[in-house]
Design a protein around this ligand. Structure first.
Ligand code: HEM
Length: 381
C-alpha cells in the first residue's frame, strides 16, 4: 500500500516537473520570438520627445530629494544614487594617436592629447552598504581644463567634460514615464511592485525586472576590474554613440589583483588602495565608442535595449591611466563627496540624447544643488 503511494507520488512529481519544464521553455521561446520581432527593423537616428516628459521630471526630482533625506542619519546629505565612493583618483586620458578622422570630435579632436581628470568609483545604491551586497558599480570621469562653451551654463563646471557610467549595459526602464512610476514605487518602499504597476498583465515589465536583477551583481575583486557603460546614447559630432570604459591591464605593468577579503565592508576601496597607494602600481583602461546603425534596432529613446556589438562593434578612442598615487585622505574624500558629475557637463559635440538623458539633466543638477546647500548648512552647525 505504502509502496503504491510512493510510486504514485513519484509519477505525479515527475509529470509536474515535465509540465513546468514545457511551460517554462514554451514561455521562453514565445518571449524570445516576441522580442526578436519587436526589436527588429530600422529606428530613428533623431530624438523623439514625448509630450508628457517635462511634467514627469518635477515629480521625479521630488522623489529623489525624498530618498536623499530618507537615507540621512545624522550624516552629510549624500548623493541620491551612487552614494558610496571607493575613492576619487587622479587620471590621465590620452586620445588615440591613430584615431579615425570622423571620430575626432570634441575632447577627442586632437590625437595624442592628454587630459588631466578625476575619476570617482562608486557603488550604485542610494545609501552606503557593504561592498559584498549585490549592486551596480559606477565610474564617473571629469576631464579638466576643457575649453569651449558647455551645454550647462553653471560657471563651477565651465571647464569640465564628464562621462558617467555603471557596469551593466542596459537600463531597467525605457523612458521617463516608466521611470516616474517605477521610482515612485521604490521611493515608497514597494520595490517588488515597481515592475508590476497594476493587475493588468500588459503593464508588467518582466524584461525590465530581469535587467534590474542582473544590474545588481556581485562585486568585482577591484573597481579596476569591471567594464563601465554609458548605457544611454550621446552625440559624438555627427554620430550617435554609446560609450564604455574597459579595463586594459595589458597596457600597464603586470599586476595580479589580490583576492579580496569580502568580509570587510569596504574591500573595493581597499583593493584600490592596495594597488595604487601601497604597491604603487597604475591601472589602465580604454574609452570606447559604439556608433548607432539606424538600419538595425538600436533605439535612441530606449536604453533598456543594448545595441548589438556584432553590428556595431566598440572602437577604442582614448586610453585612461590611473597612476600610482595616494588618494585616501580625509581632505580628498571630502573633496570627492563635494564633486558633482553630470552627463550634461559637456561640450555640444558630446550632447547627451534620449529621454533618460534629458531627465538626468534636471535631476542631477537639482539633487547636487540640494545636497550642497544642505551640507553647507550642516558644516556650519
Ligand atoms: C544611463 C543611465 C545612468 C547611469 C549610467 C548613471 C550613473 C550614475 C553614476 C555613476 C553616478 C555617480 C556619479 C558620481 O560619482 O558622482 C550617478 C549619480 C546620480 N544619478 Fe545616475 N545614472 C543613470 C541614470 C540616472 C537616472 C535616470 C537618474 C534619475 C533621474 C539618475 C540620478 C542620479 C542622481 C540624482 C545622482 C547624484 C547626483 C549628485 O548628487 O551629484 N541617474 N549616476
Amino acid at each position: 500500500m505504502l509502496k503504491r503511494f510512493w510510486l504514485w507520488l513519484g509519477r505525479l512529481l515527475g509529470k509536474t516537473l515535465v509540465f513546468l519544464l514545457v511551460v517554462g521553455l514554451g514561455g521562453w521561446a514565445i518571449g524570445a520570438a516576441y522580442y526578436s520581432w519587436k526589436f527588429s527593423g530600422p529606428v530613428s537616428d533623431e530624438e523623439q520627445i514625448p509630450a508628457n516628459e517635462a511634467a514627469y521630471t518635477e515629480g521625479i526630482i521630488e522623489d529623489a530629494i525624498r530618498v536623499v533625506e530618507q537615507h540621512r542619519d545624522n550624516t552629510r546629505v549624500l548623493r541620491d544614487a551612487h552614494a558610496k565612493a571607493h575613492g576619487c583618483v587622479k587620471a590621465e586620458v590620452t586620445v588615440r594617436a591613430d584615431l579615425e578622422e570622423t571620430l575626432r570630435q570634441g575632447v577627442l579632436s586632437e590625437p595624442g592629447k592628454t587630459w588631466k581628470a578625476w575619476v570617482r568609483l562608486s557603488n550604485g545604491n542610494a545609501y552606503p552598504q557593504f561592498d559584498r551586497a549585490r549592486d551596480a558599480r559606477g565610474m564617473a570621469i571629469k576631464l579638466l581644463d576643457v575649453p569651449g562653451d558647455k551645454l550647462m551654463s553653471n560657471p563651477r563646471h565651465a571647464s569640465e567634460q564628464d562621462f558617467v557610467m555603471f557596469n551593466h549595459p542596459a537600463f531597467f526602464v525605457r523612458d521617463v514615464a516608466e521611470y516616474r512610476s517605477n521610482f515612485a514605487a521604490q521611493a515608497d518602499g514597494r520595490k517588488a511592485l515597481a515592475f508590476f504597476p497594476s493587475w493588468d498583465p500588459r503593464t508588467w515589465e518582466v524584461r525590465h525586472l530581469i535587467i534590474a536583477l542582473k544590474t545588481l551583481s556581485p562585486a568585482p575583486s577591484s573597481p579596476v576590474e569591471t567594464t563601465y557603460n554609458s548605457i544611454a546614447p550621446f552625440k559624438l559630432g555627427p554620430h550617435n554613440i554609446k560609450y564604455r570604459v574597459i579595463p586594459t591591464p595589458e597596457n600597464c605593468p603586470a599586476y595580479a589583483i589580490p583576492k579580496p577579503n569580502t568580509d570587510l565592508p569596504n574591500f573595493l576601496r581597499s583593493a584600490l588602495y592596495q594597488q595604487l597607494s601601497l604597491d604603487r602600481m597604475p591601472a589602465c583602461f580604454a574609452l570606447q565608442v559604439q556608433r548607432q546603425n539606424p538600419s538595425y534596432y538600436m533605439p535612441i529613446e530606449d536604453p533598456s535595449v543594448e545595441w548589438d556589438e556584432k553590428i556595431a562593434p566598440f572602437e577604442t578612442v582614448a586610453d585612461i591611466r590611473l597612476p600610482a598615487q595616494d588618494f585616501d585622505s580625509t581632505e580628498q574624500n571630502l573633496f570627492c563627496d563635494n564633486l558633482s558629475f553630470n552627463p550634461w557637463h559637456a561640450l555640444p559635440e558630446h550632447r547627451p540624447i534620449g529621454g533618460i538623458n534629458r531627465l538626468r539633466k534636471a535631476v542631477y543638477e537639482a539633487v547636487s544643488a540640494y545636497r550642497h546647500d544642505r551640507n553647507a548648512v550642516l558644516d556650519q552647525q
